[in-house]
Design a protein around this ligand. Structure first.
Ligand SMILES: Nc1nc2c(ncn2[C@@H]2O[C@H](COP(=O)(O)OP(=O)(O)OP(=O)(O)O)[C@@H](O)[C@H]2O)c(=O)[nH]1
Ligand SMILES: [Mg+2]
Length: 126
């Protein structure tokens, strides 16, 4: 069984972009609108000789179970439970936002190994 890695973070930080890059295919929808990923997606990720099961998640963390956002949040929480390794992504141009802090809290509770990814670092603002 391969190691599973979940990419988690608030909407629009670039999770699906990284997912597609590591999987090497455009399996996930990427758009400059928050909330594009509606359900988790899995693919075979690869970095050099390392292969792993990569999970892309929806970027919502704070909503009622009955709503669409609530179901997205539940799926994200399930992915956090399942994953061996978590990549938490932030937008380095925006810095740490209250929603990032929400995700950080959620992940601390899970007690998993978390690596913080600062994305969108190519510009002066970052
Ligand atoms: N400038 C810049 N833009 C990026 C980078 N990575 C992703 N983006 C852009 O950020 C936007 C959001 O990317 P997504 O990959 O859809 O973000 P997401 O975190 O999956 O968003 P949700 O599915 O809504 O949670 C897209 O317009 C991407 O092209 C980056 O490194 N730099
Ligand atoms: Mg996405």
């Amino acid at each position: 069984m391969s190691v599973s890695v979940a990419i988690v973070g608030r909407p629009n930080v670039g999770k699906s972009t990284l997912f597609n890059r590591l999987v090497g295919k455009k399996l996930a929808l990427v758009d400059d609108t928050p909330g594009v990923t509606r359900d988790r997606r899995e693919g075979e990720g690869r970095i050099g000789d390392l292969t792993f099961t990569l999970i892309d998640t929806a970027g919502y963390e704070d909503a009622d179970d009955a709503t669409l956002e609530g179901r997205m949040r539940q799926q994200t929480e399930a992915a956090i439970q399942e994953a061996d390794v978590i990549l938490m992504m932030i937008d380095a141009r925006a810095g740490v936002t209250p929603m990032d802090e929400h995700f950080a809290k959620l992940l601390r509770k899970a007690g998993k190994k978390v690596t913080l990814l600062a994305n969108k670092v190519e510009g002066r603002a970052a």
